[in-house]
Design a protein around this ligand. Structure first.
Ligand SMILES: *Cc1c(COP(=O)(O)O)cnc(C)c1O
Length: 227
């Protein structure tokens, strides 16, 4: 995180993050292109999304429908060239709106939500099942022991295509404490063989990549601290 906030810093930050992704891939014996960078633009205006797009970013993460909807209208001209990943907790009454703007939903955290998505979807939607690996009270997602049933029930819904598992690691002082969380998500996925693992944010993406992440969701390292 060399730069903060100034618009012209975004290009440098994207480059810096990409380098760090490359190094982490090397460390984890991975191909560089096996990891997709999702730029998390929550709290950033559409102007910033446009700048990121000009820096080669094609995947954007947003966590609130009310915020992402209007912003995406402002970049309608590049909308078909980018993908929106919905990464936040989704309330039932926002599902319809979320489906209108999102290409991928990373945060299926209940069967009820999955059923609502299935009901409102006009097409098959690519989704992740969110796992609360560390079983934190403050986080959404299925517990490990619930995952088998969840995968079975959600997998049976015709308008949902489960493409992977997603987790948010605990906020801790020590990075090595999050490694087992990412390793656990990968291990859980062995039983299902989903293609994607959505894990890793600004503070922990390198470890997530070493442990097998295929999509990192990065905000602050690219756009600076959120106000
Ligand atoms: C905000 C957010 C991110 C990005 O976090 P940074 O620490 O800014 O990289 C990633 N994933 C989710 C689910 C988020 O809400």
């Amino acid at each position: 995180m060399k730069h903060f906030n100034a618009d012209d810093a975004i290009a440098g930050n994207v480059e810096w993050v990409s380098k760090r992704i490359a190094v982490a891939c090397e460390k984890g014996h991975r191909e560089f292109n096996s990891v997709r960078l999702i730029a998390v633009t929550k709290n950033s205006p559409s102007k910033v999304m446009r700048l990121a797009y000009q820096c080669g970013i094609h995947d954007f993460g947003e966590n609130r429908v009310q915020e992402a909807g209007p912003k995406f209208k402002e970049i309608y001209d590049i909308r078909s060239l980018i993908r929106l990943h919905f990464i936040g907790h989704l309330q039932g009454n926002k599902v319809k709106d979320a489906l209108e703007i999102s290409d991928v939903i990373h945060s299926i955290d209940s069967l009820k939500l999955a059923q609502a998505i299935n009901q409102h979807a006009a097409r098959k939607v690519s989704c992740f099942i969110q796992v609360n690996v560390a079983e934190e009270k403050t986080k959404y997602g299925f517990f490990k022991e619930e995952l088998g049933t969840a995968v079975r029930n959600i997998g049976a819904l015709p308008n949902i295509e489960v493409i992977g598992l997603m987790t948010i690691a605990p906020l801790t002082g020590s990075l090595e404490e999050v490694r087992p969380v990412f390793a656990k998500l990968k291990e859980l996925n062995r039983g299902y063989g989903f293609k994607e693992l959505s894990m890793g944010m600004t503070d922990d993406f390198e470890i997530a990549i070493e442990e097998g992440s295929t999509m990192v969701r990065i905000g602050r390292a690219i756009f600076g601290e959120r106000s």
